[in-house]
Design a protein around this ligand. Sequence first.
Ligand code: C2O
Ligand code: CU
Length: 456
Amino acid sequence: MPFNRRQFLQAAAAASLLPGAARAEFPQLEARVARQRLAPEGFPETEIWGFEGMVPGQTLKFRQGDRVQRRFVNKLPQPASIHWHGVRIDNAMDGVPGLTQEAVAPDGTFDYDFVVPDAGTYWYHAHNRSVEQVARGLYGPLIVEEVAAPDVDQDLTLMLDDWRLDPETAQITDDFNNGHDLSHAGRLGNIVTVNGVFDPAFSVGRNQRLRLRLINASNARIYDLDLDGLAGWIVALDGMPLESPLRVTDTFSLAPAQRIDLIVDVLAETTASLVSVERDGTFGLVRFDVNESAARVPRDGIASLPPNPVSEVTQISTAPLHQMVLQGGAMRWLQSAQLGGADLSGRELAQLGRFWALNGIAERPSDPFLDAARGSIHRIAFVNETAFPHAMHLHGHHFRLVLEDGSLGPWRDTVLVERGQTRQVVLVADNPGDWLLHCHMLGHAAAGMMSWFRVT
Ligand code: C2O
Ligand code: CU
C-alpha cells in the first residue's frame, strides 16, 4: 500500500445542484467527468467519472412502492447506461446495453421510470464497459426505506471501493484490459475509500444504535470485515431482511455488488471502527468517534425488518436443477470454449481477451441459459471449477441459497462461490423479460463470465 491508510482526510466534494432540472420532465442524473479528492492529503485530486460529478453519486432515497423517474444524461466520452442493482425492476428499465436498451451515446439521454417494490439497500451503477466505468466511479447508493423504519439513532450508508491509482499522480490507471487482472482475481486497487473518502470518520454517541448499510462497489475486491467497539446484528443481505437477525460474532465477507445491513450498538468509549481483515493486518476503513454528550441508555433486543413482497419458494426438491459450470482463469486455463458460435482454443481466446467461460461459452450466448415460464421455480447449481472465487449475480430477481442440508438460506441477488465450491440457489422466475446472469468481478464478466436467462 503506497498510501498511509491511517491518515484521515476530509471529503472535498461539495454537493451540486441539478442544472437544468427545471426544464427536464424527470429530475436529471448526469454522468460526467469531474475531479475529487480520493487519495490522502498531499496528493493531487483524482479525475473520476461520476453521477452528478461525484463519487459515489448522490444517494437516491425512496419509500417502498415509490415510482422512480430519472433522466440519465450522458456527458461522458463513452456510451453508457444505468443498472439499478438488486431492484426487481421492469425489464425495459434494467439498463443492459444490447439486451434491454441501447447504450446511451455521448450527449444522449434515457428516461428511467420504474417502481421499487422492496425496501432495503440497493445501488445503481454504469453497465456499459463496466470494468472501466465502475472503476472510474460511476455508482451510487439507492436506498428504499421501510414503511415502518427500525428504531435507530443514525442510518449510515457506507459504500466501499478500492481504486487503482498511480502512486505519484493519484490518477486512475487506465489498464482496464490488463490480461493478468482479467485472468486472475480481477482489478484490485491500492487504496480503499468509503463514500469516496479515504479513512472517513463519523460522530456517534455511546450506546447509540446505528444502522450501517454496507455496499461493495469494488470491481473485484472481497472484503473480510469486522467490528471493533460495535456490537450487533446483520439484519439484511442484498436488500432482503433476514428472517431473524444474525448476531455478528466473527468476521463477515462482502463480495463485489453485495450489501449487508447491520444494526449495531456503540460500546466503545472513545473510538469504534469498521475494519478490513487482510493478509498483512487489520486496517481501519471507517472510524466512529464517540461523543459522550450524545450518549444514551442502551437498548436491548432487536426486531427483524419487515419482509419484502417476494414470492415464497416452495417445493424446491421438485424444481428443475440447472448446472452452471464456472471455468477457466489462471491455473485452470480454458482448453477451448465457444465464441461467436465457433470453438476456439484457449490460446485464441486469450488473444481476444477471453479467459473464462460459463458452461463452455466465453461470452453472453445468443440463446438463454434458461428459458423459464413465468412463475416457475428453478434451482441453479454454480459449480466453480476455477481457482478463484466468483460473485454470481442475477438481474431482476432475488434467489434463496440452498444450504448443504437442503434447507433454505437467505435471499440474495449475488452469491459468492468460493474456488472449488458448488453453491445452489433457488428462484421463482416471476419477473418477465431477459435478464443477465454474470460474475460481478467485472473483469471476469468482460473476459467471458456472462450469461442470461429469459422469463416468458
Ligand atoms: Cu450490478 Cu449486471 O450488475
Ligand atoms: Cu468471477
